[in-house]
Write a protein that binds this ligand. Structure first.
Ligand code: THG
Length: 367
């Protein structure tokens, strides 16, 4: 395969020098920025992530900063999730919906200051949507993309490594809790979060010039913990049921179709974008299709697009994420499946780009 050439539009990150030196194997582009996809191999990286600790350059989780007296009110109309529990100590996973209830993004929202919020986005240009709403709605806010780059520390030894670099107070941070901690004279938000279910943290590094100093400090402190450079792992995240915006769901899908019902608050549907459509979908008895874990039988190659799910020749859904799981010994996949075929145990066919395969809808994700 040819390489991706970075330039002004395909942006490098504050950690790119470290990623290159660590022997990067492949990149994708996410929010117009480089995102590593593997180092040794997706399988080897996956096994290491589950045993040790990895440092991930997830700078591409760009922040949309909303700052000003109306910032919280604006953020609240962007999402059907009630933000009451959003505070400087606690971040929240928030679906963002359009007028029709379609998913525009599925970011993590943080409170970075008294009137300052960061929306840590998945791969869509949320900045433009927020700018337009702020401008046309007369909100007293400033909207920008600040120089903030998240660095994730993930894996079972993440807490020990983080405690060595940021101090033992990291151990007190709960899941999706946040704390401002100091490194090298800089004060940054650290959250217990990240796109794996192996445990870990994300550091919101402010100021690109400080990136490599933190990167190098984590590697120096973690030598005996077998720390390695890693990245969001496609096998681990499918096993874990972590959804990838643009692949597993798009603007064609509501949060209910994505199985994100627990992040849709009834008390917000009167005010937020898409609230009416979401209420209609709830009152109609729920969505007609929904995210399901799926096992695909036989050998499968990489899923580079989306694969139709078929029953007696009729399309009953799509799969856009699939991989062989060495831990579970099956091909794990995430599908958007019609109600008629979404019951656990339902047998369907799948038209992969490498041939037809049998598939079975599962009861739950693997972790
Ligand atoms: N961290 C940060 N920004 C991000 C991501 C992240 N932006 C892009 C992308 N990931 C956004 N998507 C997700 C998807 C899932 C989760 C976080 C971001 C997630 N979900 C947990 C789960 O499903 O078990 C828990 C959510 C909860 O209960 O609140 O963590 O990873 N900064």
């Amino acid at each position: 395969m040819a390489v991706i050439s970075p330039n002004r539009r395909v942006r490098k990150t504050p950690f790119s020098a470290g990623v290159d030196a660590a022997g990067i194997g492949g990149y994708t582009v996410y929010n117009h920025m480089l995102l590593p996809t593997f180092f040794e191999s997706v399988e080897a990286d996956c096994a290491h992530l589950k045993q040790h600790v990895q440092v991930w350059d997830v700078s591409c989780e760009r922040q949309v900063q909303i700052k000003g007296p109306d910032a919280r009110r604006l953020l609240q109309i962007l999402t059907p999730r009630d933000l009451a529990r959003l505070s400087p100590d606690r971040c929240l996973y928030v679906p963002i919906t359009d007028q029709g209830g379609g998913m525009i993004n599925d970011p993590v929202a943080l409170q970075a200051g008294p009137d300052t919020y960061w929306v840590s986005i998945a791969d869509s240009d949320l900045l433009l949507w927020v700018l337009a709403i702020a401008g046309t709605g007369g909100f007293d806010v400033e909207v920008c993309e600040p120089d903030v780059s998240p660095l994730a520390v993930q894996g079972p030894k993440a807490e020990d490594l983080m405690a060595r670099v940021f101090g033992d107070t990291v151990r007190e941070i709960r899941f999706f809790g946040c704390k401002r901690l100091t490194f090298g004279g800089q004060n940054w938000i650290v959250a217990r979060s990240g796109w794996s279910k192996q445990g870990g943290f994300e550091i919101y590094v402010e100021g690109s010039e400080h990136g490599m100093e933190l990167w190098l400090a984590l590697f120096a402190a973690g030598e005996d913990l077998n720390v390695r450079a890693g990245c969001p792992n496609n096998i681990e995240r499918i096993e874990s049921g972590l959804l990838s915006y643009g692949s597993d769901m798009t603007r064609d899908n509501t949060p209910l179709e994505c199985g994100l019902d627990r992040y849709v608050s009834a008390n917000q549907l009167g005010h937020c974008f898409g609230g009416r459509a979401l209420r209609e979908q709830i009152e109609a008895g729920g969505p007609e299709r929904q995210i399901r874990p799926i096992v695909i039988e036989g050998e499968i190659g990489p899923c580079t697009g989306s694969w139709p799910l078929l029953s007696e020749g009729r399309e009953v859904g799509r799969v856009a994420s699939a991989a062989f799981s060495p831990e579970f010994g099956v091909n794990v996949a995430i599908g958007m499946v019609e109600r008629s075929h979404w019951a656990p145990g339902t047998r369907i066919e799948i038209e992969t780009e490498h041939g037809m395969r049998r598939a079975v809808v599962q009861e739950s994700f693997w972790r």
